[in-house]
Design a protein around this ligand. Sequence first.
Ligand code: TRP
Length: 451
Amino acid sequence: MSQHRDGFTSSFGVLVATLGSAVGLGNIWKFPYITGSNGGASFLLVYLLATLIVALPVMIAEIMLGRASRANAVTAFEMLAPKAQRFWSVIGYMGLVAAVLILAFYTGVAGWVFAYIFKSLSGSIHSTDPATAKAAFGALVADPMQVLFWQWLVLASTGLIIMLGVSKGIEAVAKKLMPILFLLLILLCIRSLTLPGAMEGVKFLFAPDFSKITAQVLLTAVGLAFFKLSIGMGTMLTYGSYFHSEQNIPLTATRVMLADLSVSLLAGLAIFPAVFAFGFEPAAGPSLVFMTIPAVFASMPFGNLFMALCFVLAAIAATGAILSILEVPVAMMSERLQFSRKKATAISVATVALFGIPATLSSSLTADWTLFGLNPFDLFDYISSNILLPLGGILICLFVGWVYGLPQLQQQLSNDGQLKNALLVKLLFILVRYITPLLIFIIMLKGLNLL
Ligand code: TRP
């Protein structure tokens, strides 16, 4: 009895930490703009399928590997693979590259969010006119000094949080503030849905046009599903290594997936009705929410204050996600090279700051530095979300399905037989051994135009 109660409290803490990694700019910024650029409802449907069939199995497998090894993403594979197969640790090294690329643009976007907190309070972005909103956003991202200042502020503050070891404090804060973010999103939805012309946006989000589904769209959906759940590069593995032995991994992963999905859907319902009501372009790209959110608040009493609060909450959600990505290189360096957490954090933050420069200046100085037609910002995003994360997912599946094996998977996921989930684990095993990796592989080949 007491053991059960114990398990419950700690299980809640783990849930919050894992959710803190999953929920972030991916929900509030990336999900709406990618859905808007890829056809709306049909994309949403494909994204839901990708989350269920592809991302959820990988998430469970990845957390399991972390808890089974209780180590960072490189050491985990060295420990769990047979001696002659140490090469599996390449998954961890790929994750390291993905971490730097993701943080390079992600902390830049978090910087825009920081800047928008102050802009909301000053009233300078308070307008429902698409042209004004576009100009305000354009002025920010085209100013190299401003964007770098905000990005470095984000990096310095998250670095400090890790160095001071107050991540636990941040989790406690996030735990209290996330319900407020939820409420605020619901308020935004109500405002957005009651605007004249709002139904257009609801249709865009829920009435699918299947002709819009192409191989590229499929790959984008898989990439977003991985990005959303923080999988394919070692974040969930590292967090899994901090999981309690009694934690029900499949249940925790499923709950995080569902909660994360609801935040994304709320963000979609807050954004798209307003996009159509005010005449914004749904396919505007990364600027979409930075133009639309101010417009929704501008038509509301105390709009400036609510808007600032909304960006504060977005900044906190982004911080939780950034901390979880930074944890990957920091855990690796401190466990493998015996660096102090301070030194490991300083090195990680400096590396990200360096790669962050070209990414963040992509609307100004480095706009012409294109490769395959993508500027550094889009390129880093594309390589990480559409190549490194899915590839990491394939390798994690193959490792669990063909090297780790069913008996060990059963033992880990049932917590040594305590949970009666043998059938579920069998199903998961079939998925990660055959179906999920094959699906990702085909979608990658097609989506990258290699087939
Ligand atoms: N999931 C987070 C978001 O949607 C971002 C994130 C955190 C992430 N950790 C990650 C993305 C690891 C990929 C890999 O905002």
